[in-house]
Design a protein. Structure first.
Length: 150
């Protein structure tokens, strides 16, 4: 019997944290922590649109920028799961970019808004049910002009 999941560390044991879990039958993956992810090809990163972030120390979150850059304009929705405060860190990163060149990359469309993100256009928090709901939440970031996921 072939396994449904294939797991491996993104980096060596003493490198930045990252665990890649490939769901073979679905051609998608889960990514646990966003440390340095340059060892993952863009194809593999595009499969990992569900990302779990334990906390936002640099060694657990530095790979967010690369993941967003690869996913932006590809018709994907990036779903992030993490502790309270994660959305504030993402907000800071998104506000730090200048969005005026978003349409100039061949083959890619603009982000949902080409203006700097404002609170009304921020990823929206979805509550999770269960005993840990107040400590771990999920957010989504639309990386295209596609409608919001259910």
């Amino acid at each position: 019997m072939n396994p449904s999941f294939s797991t491996y560390l993104v980096n060596p044991p003493f490198g930045d944290p990252g665990l890649y879990v490939e769901i073979r039958w679905a051609r998608r993956a889960l990514l646990f922590d966003l440390g340095d992810n340059t060892a993952l090809s863009p194809t593999r990163l595009l499969r990992a649109m569900d990302v779990f972030v334990s906390h936002t120390h640099m060694d657990h979150f530095i790979g967010f920028d690369r993941l967003l850059r690869i996913a932006l304009g590809r018709g994907k929705t990036l779903r992030l799961y993490g502790p309270p405060g994660l959305i504030a860190n993402i907000d800071g990163k998104l506000r730090g970019y200048t969005w005026n060149l978003a349409n100039s990359t061949p083959g890619r469309s603009a982000p949902p808004s080409t203006a700097p993100p404002r609170p009304s256009s921020q990823p929206r928090a979805r509550s999770k049910s269960g005993p840990r709901a107040s400590r771990f939440r999920s957010w989504w970031i639309p990386c295209s002009r596609s409608p919001r996921p259910p």
